[in-house]
Design a binder for this molecule. Structure first.
Ligand code: NAD
Length: 257
């Protein structure tokens, strides 16, 4: 399929899943805007590399997704926004009675509220273009819970709810809104959780991966960023035009348990 002529904005995409999604969208012919809160030469080089490799237009636009005005400014600076991927996200793991309030606020802002602002800014552009796709990167933790991840689980459940509302508000238009719910994908966000878990359970890296992280993932394999990107491309295809307001789990069977 070709997404040639479409512009995709992927929040939080100088790393991990967001970068993987931007690459798969570019492979499918879309022009892409990648984003994070930093403004380093390597961020812009990453966009240039995508442009070179896939013969599309690719830009890096700095915007901090913890700030509503910057979320909206990202969409304005992008110009067109036919495909919006709300992907930026952070994690913090601590029991709720010790969870720092400012960390709670930051996770809710980046993982959930940013999608409100970007969607609000992007929908008028999709309506003007007569076509649009919103894909929110939620999580298996948007459908189920784990202890010590109160802010993350709350934000991801919220994103799933917001996805349904956006789908209903656009139901009669050529716009869809869906959420992808990944299980564990080996990205820097997950890597960062390994050392603490090794200490907590006195386990080796391999034991943490198999017995803790993949314990709830029946396939016993990490999902990949390419699979996330492929699922996004499918949701942008004509075959998915009547798929709206739902979640697609890419979790090796986690939510079947
Ligand atoms: P990652 O840490 O590799 O990437 C997160 C991205 O968000 C980075 O590009 C980072 O720069 C960006 N980001 C962080 N704070 C930001 C801010 N304030 N403004 C703009 N950008 C910001 O993590 P990832 O694993 O690729 O996660 C991407 C998304 O996928 C997140 O929403 C995460 O919750 C979700 N997810 C990940 C997994 C997994 O196992 N890795 C599973 C389920 C869901």
């Amino acid at each position: 399929m070709s997404l040639s002529g479409k512009t995709a904005v992927v929040t939080g995409s100088n790393s991990g899943i967001g970068h993987g999604i931007a690459v798969e969208l570019a492979k499918a012919g879309a022009n892409v805007v990648i984003n994070s809160f930093t403004d380093r030469p390597e961020d812009h080089e990453m966009a240039a590399e995508i442009a070179r490799d896939h013969s599309v237009e690719a830009r890096y636009i700095q915007a901090d997704m913890s700030d509503g005005d910057q979320c909206r400014a990202l969409i304005e600076k992008a110009g067109a926004c036919d495909i919006l991927i709300n992907n930026a996200g952070i994690q913090h793991v601590q029991p709720i009675d010790q969870f720092p309030a400012e960390t709670w606020d930051r996770i809710i802002a980046i993982n959930m509220t940013s999608a409100f602002h970007t969607t609000a800014a992007a929908l008028p552009k999709m309506r003007a273009a007569g076509w649009g796709r919103v894909v929110n990167i939620a999580s298996a933790h948007g459908l189920t819970a784990s202890p010590f991840k109160s802010a993350y689980v709350t934000a991801k459940h919220g994103v799933v709810g917001m996805t349904k509302v956006v789908a209903l508000e656009t139901a009669e238009e050529p716009i869809t809104a869906n959420a992808i719910c990944p299980g564990y994908v080996l990205t820097p966000l997950v890597e960062a959780q390994i050392p603490d878990t090794m200490k907590e359970y006195d386990m080796t890296r391999e034991e943490v991966i198999r017995n803790v992280m993949l314990q709830r993932q029946p396939s016993k394999q990490f999902a990949t960023v390419e699979q996330m990107g492929g699922t996004v491309v499918f949701l942008c295809s004509d075959a998915a035009a009547q798929i709206t307001g739902t979640t697609i789990s890419v979790d090796g069977g986690w939510t079947a348990l």
